[in-house]
Design a protein around this ligand. Structure first.
Ligand SMILES: Nc1ncnc2c1ncn2[C@@H]1O[C@H](COP(=O)(O)OP(=O)(O)OP(=O)(O)O)[C@@H](O)[C@H]1O
Length: 313
C-alpha cells in the first residue's frame, strides 16, 4: 500500500495509509514515548555471515532507537535477520560496522542489562521453578535467602505459587514461558529481548501470555524488543513495529501502532486494528512473495542445468 498523494492547490503531500487512525491522543502518546531517554540504540549496523566461502550481508545499515519503557515488535519475512538482530543486541554475535548501545553503554558481549526469552523454553530442567528464577540472582552475588524471597515474589506475580517447587517437565508450555519471563526479569535488565516466545503455544494460551506480558510490562521499568511472525501479535502488543525486508535485511518502516491502550480482546476486531494488519500484510507479504519467487527461480535454474533425469511434472 503506497502512501496516498493529497493534492491541495499547488501543494502535493503524501499521507500515510493509517494517518486517519492517528488520533491526537495516539499522536500525543507517541510523542511522549519519543521524548523519553533512549534505551536501545542501533546505528549504522551491518552484519554478514560466511556462506560457501563468500560473505553474505544479512543486515544492512540498521538504524533504530527504542525508548525507555517502549514496547517494540519486529516483523519481516523469514530470513530477514530478525533473530540475528536479537542476538546482536544480546551480544551473542559480533557485527562489522556500527554501534549498538544500551542506556548509552556500547554492547560488547552478553550482560545483565539485557534479559532474553526465546521460543524454546530455556529453563534448566534439573532445577525447580523457584531455583530457576533464583539462578541468575545468586550468580550475580545475592544471598540464597534474599534470592529465594525475591524469586517467590516473581512467581507470585505470574500466579505460579503452587508450582514453585515443581520441575519444568511438570508445567504446561504457557507456564514454562511464564517462568522463563520472570527468570529473565528477576535480574532487572533494562531491555528484555524476546524471540518468538509464544509461537509454540496454542492460540488460547498465546493470547493469555500476551495479556500477562502486557500486565507485567505495565508494572515494571523495562523496554521490550519482541520478535514475531504473527502480525496480530505485533499490533496487539507494540507501541511501534519495526518492519524489516530481506536480502539484505533493512528497515522498511518504523510504524507507530495507531491503537489506544489498554488493549483488550475486542481490540482485535476494531477497524483500526484491521486496517493496521492489512497495511502490515501489504508490507511484509509482498516481500515474502518476492523471496518465494527468487527461491522458485533458483530451483528452476538448478533443474534446467542439463539433466539426465526425465521430467515427471
Ligand atoms: N550463524 C549463522 N551462520 C551463517 N548464516 C546465518 C547464521 N545465522 C543466521 N544466518 C543467516 O542469516 C539470515 C537471517 O537469519 P535469521 O535467523 O536472523 O532470520 P529471521 O528473520 O529470524 O528468520 P525466521 O523468521 O525464519 O526465523 C538467514 O539467511 C540465515 O541463513
Amino acid at each position: 500500500m503506497a502512501p496516498k498523494q493529497i493534492i491541495e492547490g499547488n501543494l502535493v503531500t503524501t499521507e500515510h495509509p493509517l494517518a486517519k487512525w492517528n488520533t491526537p491522543e495516539i499522536e500525543d502518546r507517541n510523542q511522549r514515548i519519543l521524548q523519553r531517554p533512549p534505551s536501545l540504540k542501533i546505528s549504522g549496523m551491518h552484519k554478514s555471515f560466511g556462506h560457501d566461502g563468500k560473505m553474505v550481508k544479512v543486515l544492512n545499515d540498521i538504524d533504530f532507537t527504542a525508548y525507555k519503557r517502549e514496547f517494540v515488535c519486529v516483523v519481516g519475512p523469514s530470513g530477514c535477520g530478525k533473530s540475528t538482530l536479537a542476538r546482536l543486541i544480546a551480544g551473542l554475535e559480533t557485527y562489522e560496522e556500527g554501534v549498538i548501545s544500551i542506556n548509552d553503554e556500547v554492547v560488547s558481549g552478553p550482560g545483565p542489562d539485557r534479559g532474553m526469552v526465546f521460543q524454546s523454553y530455556s529453563l534448566f530442567p534439573w532445577l525447580t521453578v523457584k531455583k530457576n528464577v533464583m539462578f541468575g540472582l545468586v550468580e550475580n552475588g545475592m544471598s540464597e535467602i534474599s534470592a529465594e524471597a525475591e524469586a517467590l515474589q516473581w512467581i507470585d506475580l505470574v500466579g505460579l505459587e503452587r508450582f514453585a517447587n515443581s520441575y519444568p517437565h511438570q508445567l504446561s508450555g504457557g507456564m514454562k514461558q511464564r517462568v522463563a519471563i520472570i527468570r529473565a526479569l528477576a535480574n532487572k535488565p533494562k531491555v528484555l529481548l524476546m524471540d518468538e516466545p509464544f509461537s509454540a503455544l496454542d492460540p488460547k494460551n498465546r493470547l493469555k501470555m500476551q495479556k500477562y506480558l502486557l500486565e507485567i510490562w505495565k508494572n515494571i521499568d523495562i523496554t521490550i524488543f519482541f520478535i514475531t511472525h504473527d502480525l496480530e501479535e505485533a499490533i496487539y502488543l507494540a507501541d511501534r513495529i519495526l518492519v524489516l525486508k530481506a536480502h539484505p535485511g533493512e528497515v522498511v518502516e518504523t510504524l507507530n501502532v495507531p491503537l489506544p491502550r489498554p488493549r483488550k480482546e475486542d481490540t482485535f476486531l476494531s477497524e483500526e486494528f484491521l486496517a493496521t494488519k492489512a497495511y502490515l500484510e501489504s508490507l511484509v507479504h509482498s516481500e515474502e512473495e518476492e523471496v518465494d519467487m527468487e527461491e522458485k527461480l533458483s530451483m528452476v535454474r538448478m533443474v534446467s542445468v542439463k539433466s539426465d533425469v526425465p521430467d515427471i511434472f
